[in-house]
Each structure stands twice: as C-alpha cells, then as structure tokens.
Design a protein around this ligand. Sequence first.
Ligand code: ADP
Ligand code: ASP
Ligand code: MG
Length: 595
Amino acid sequence: MPLVVQKFGGTSVADSEKILAAARKAIRAQQEGKQVVVVVSAMGQNTDLLIDLARQVSEMPPAREMDMLLSTGEQVSVALMAMAVHALGYKAVSLTGAQMGIQTDSSFTKARIRTIDAQRIRRLLDEGNIVIAAGFQGIDQESNITTLGRGGSDTTAVALAAVLQADACEIHTDVDGVYTTDPRHLPEARQMSQISYDEMLELASLGAGVMHSRSIEFAKKYNVPIHVRSSFSDTQGTLIVSETESPTSSVCGAAMTRDEARITVQGVPDVPGVSLQLFRLLADHKIDVDMIVQNIGQENLADISFTVLKEELKLATRVVSQAVQQIGARSFTFDDEVSKVSVVGLGMARQTGVAHQMFRALADANINIQIITTSEIKISVLVARTQALAALRVVHQAFQLEIRPGDAARWSDLPARAATQANLEKLVRDLQAADMEQLRLSDVSLADNQARITLADVPDTPGLAASVFEAVAEAGVFVDMIVQSCDGFMGVTSISFTIPREQFDAARAVAEGLKTRFNIAKVTGSREIAKLSVSGIGLRSHTHVAIGMFEALAGVGVNVEMINTSELQVNVVIESKSGQRGLAALQEKFSRDVG
Ligand code: ADP
Ligand code: ASP
Ligand code: MG
C-alpha cells in the first residue's frame, strides 16, 4: 500500500480550526488508499514562547532542561491532532519521539538522529490508524529527551519517510512552495516547480528557512522525493528531487542570512597549524564558523576573517580573545552589523560570468562588498546589514529571478523512488543498524592544474570586484574560486582567485592592467597551486570536516592558502609541490568516512 508522510509546520496547526483542516487532509489521503503518517510542529509561535519563558527563569538554561521544555510544544500538537482525527470519525494514535523509537546522540538542542525503530509505527498503520508523530524530538541512550535544532520537524518527517520507504514526503507550510527567495523579503519572488537536492541544501543552509537543511541531507542520502506545498490550499507546490530530474540554470535562487557578525584576527603567524588552533577552539565551544577567508599579509603575518551568527558573537569573541593569546596574533576586530547575501545554482559550475554579474549589480546599487567566498554552486558576499535587503533585491533582479522561466510547465508527479525494492530494503536495514545522520564522504581528490592570482592591499571601494572580474572574463579566463578578504577595518582589501594553470599569464596581465586604476599595491600569483577537495553531503553542518582537513595538512607541514566550503565540498588551495603529500594525509584522515 502506498505510504505518505505529511508534515504540518507551526502556522499550519496554529489553532483548532487549522488542526481540523490538517486532520482532514490526512484523512483524505487515507481515503485515497494510502497509509498516512502525520508529523507536526508546535502550534504557532509556541517554541518561541517556551524559549522566552526559559530566559525569564535563567540566563543560561541547561541544554538538557531546554529540550525537556521545548519538546512539550510538539506533544501538545500531536495529542490535539489525534483528537481531531477521532472527532472526524477516523482512527489515529499520537506518538512522541521516544515512543516511536527515534534515538539521537546527546547534543541537546542540536541532536542528530542515530536510528529509528519503525516497527511500532508500521503496526499502528497496518491496524488502520493515521499515525501522528511529534516532530523535532527524540531520546538519547539514557532516555533523556533531545531536540534536533530549530526547524527540525522537517528532518523528523524526511527521516521517517526514509525508514518507512514512503512514496512521498509532503511538507505542508504557510507558503505555496519553495520560492526564488524568501517572499517575505521580496514580494516579487516566484515559486519554483522543481529544485534539486544540492541547490535546496545550499539555499537552506544559506538562509532559506523554508526547509531545515539537515532534512535535505537525509532526502539526498536516502533518495526521498519531497513536495513542499501550502497547508491552506491544494495547489501544486515545489518538488525537491535529484539533480537528474531537475532543470539546471546558472542561478536558481538567492538567500540572505541577516544576523551575521564578522570577526577578523590580525597579525596571525603564517605557519601551518595556526589557524587550526583558532578554529578548533571555536569548534570546542560548538560555535559554527562560516565564510572563512585569509589574507596573506606582510612579513609572514596573515589576517583571518570569518563570520558567525550574531547571537553567537558574545561567546565567539570570548573564545577568540583566548585564541589570540595562544597563537600569538596581534589583535582582533569585529562587526556585528553585517549580513550575508548568496546566490545558488547548479549551472554556475559550468558557466563563467555569474560572479561578475552579481558584483556588478551590487556596485551599480553602490553597495560595498566586504567579503566574498564562492564554491562550485554558490557565491556569497558579506555586506552592511543596512544594505542587505537592497543587495538581495538587486541580485535577484540581476538574474531575472522574478521572471517565471519555462519550468512551470514541467511540473510532474513525484518521481518514483529511483532505488529498486531490494536496494530499498537493504537501505532501510542499514538505516536501522547505523547512524542515520553520520557523515558520509564520497571522495577525497587532488586537482593539480591550477594557478592563483592575488591583488593585494587594494583600497576597498564599491565596484572593485565587479571591474576585476569583468576584465578577467573579457580576457576569456575561467575563474574557479574567489575570495575577498578584509583587513578588519574595511579600508584595504585583497582579492585572490584561482584559474586554470594555462591561463596564468593572461590573468596576470589583466590584473597588472588594473593596477593604476584601482591603486593596487601589488599583484602576486603562483603558477603552481593545487586544490584538495573532500566531497560529501552536509559538510557545513559537519564542521569537523574542515577542521580535520586543517589538522591533517598541518600534521604534514602543508600550509593552506585559500579555503572554500559548501554543503557538498570543502576545498583548500595549497602549493602544487605539496599536492601528493596533502592528498595522502587527507586520505588517511578520512579513510573511515569515505564510501
Ligand atoms: P513551518 O512552520 O511550516 O515549518 P517555516 O516558517 O519554518 O514554516 O518556513 C516557511 C517560511 O519560510 C515561509 O513563510 C517563508 O517566509 C520562509 N522562506 C524563506 N526562504 C524561503 C524560500 N526560498 N521559499 C519559500 N519560503 C521561504
Ligand atoms: N517547533 C520547532 C521550532 O519551532 C520545530 C519546528 O517547527 O520544525 O523550531
Ligand atoms: Mg520550518
């Protein structure tokens, strides 16, 4: 019998009428001959209210007690939802995370799912019940209640769909589907009919709050097709499916993380292993670090900048001041009035010109770019928060995302799951035996055919990046990685980019040609650099991958010149002559995670 998982978010169960409406949707699916599991979030803003309550009692509530408290929100919703189904004359049973055997690790408030024992759910479904499952929660080995992180009910839904081999996972929410950007920020955003797992994963981790990014990691790993749709209507929503089933464009969407903070550590001794100490200390305090850029400065001293969420800045500055002492850096600065704006698209991996189009749009709007980082399928810039919304709008316009492309007509039914039945059964057995959210890497590789150009000590003005990359593109040079760093005072910047080795001379000539126009103090470069890459799924939420790379490379004395991270890959640039040594170190480090 077909099985569907339907998830209803907070707004979709905000009051009794909405709960009854959701119950009707579940009953309708059952009447169509499907087994139905409903996953629900806490009603309306209940989770926020509970967090507020906790803060009134304690400035730093213990994480374990936080989870005890927050899990009650979902417990209220499942009970009411089951009552609603009963009231409409059908059978339903509600279950908490513990009751449906969702085992997690013990990282309270951001626990990861280890296993799910689906037997009880299966039995209840076979007895004709609609099973109402509490989202966002589980238990650890000692039966402590855990939660999966804000927005985590999506992850519960997709994980259940994976273990139950559901035919579909429907995410019912307060928008009609996934839009080119958050429609609350830009009313001109348009709904997409389909998007690939990779693009959605990237968008979600860059600020598109419509899906919990870890839910997309599950969907991709276990090949679960997702349909994001409105709770309040029956219109078709957005399918999140594998790369082969979705159209590719250079840019499919844009996202913003509003509340970011930048930290720059200045005068860091430029020797292998130093940045590692800094990032390990931050990781030990569970602070997620993003947009890491470093700038090779004078006399073997480097500046390292990175961003953290604004809410983590206080703790981060405490940790950084400790690190500055430990590593013998000069000092650090921070700015908590910044936002990150990003564009995402699978097609940009094969197409030049996306970067300079984005930078030009920002320059024309007189928006200064403070930091740039790129990866295969995304470009992110850091801008002043007062300009963030304007930046999102001009970037959205630059790629004409508000114009509906031809993909609307391509909406098809959910694709059949690609795996064969036998494969699926094996997958589910594995799922129940192993750690479901465990890191899985696909590859460790070396590309030894690249070169780097650096424009150092350049006065920072709007339009700098746009002009540089326009000129580079005009010369027919294909740019791979771009980083723009900042010196901590927003006065002087430096831009580095990588290119195919055979284009080194052409790229260098372009850079030299820009020297007087932009007051560039010096152009440096290296014809012989190599890129080491570790590929997998969900690498940004598994922060220890980047740290593990630093660690392995420092261990064999290899210096990291540039780094970029995405959900799918962490890349570092090193000297070509250390390529093989670095590769061997990474292969050894990650030997157990690959496969
Ligand atoms: P739920 O409670 O149903 O989980 P969320 O509030 O978590 O709902 O997610 C839905 C919200 O996500 C929308 O109201 C919208 O403002 C926001 N959002 C952010 N980015 C996007 C996007 N790219 N497409 C659609 N919605 C988005
Ligand atoms: N109720 C939780 C939250 O507000 C989980 C969720 O809604 O997905 O974050
Ligand atoms: Mg949500």
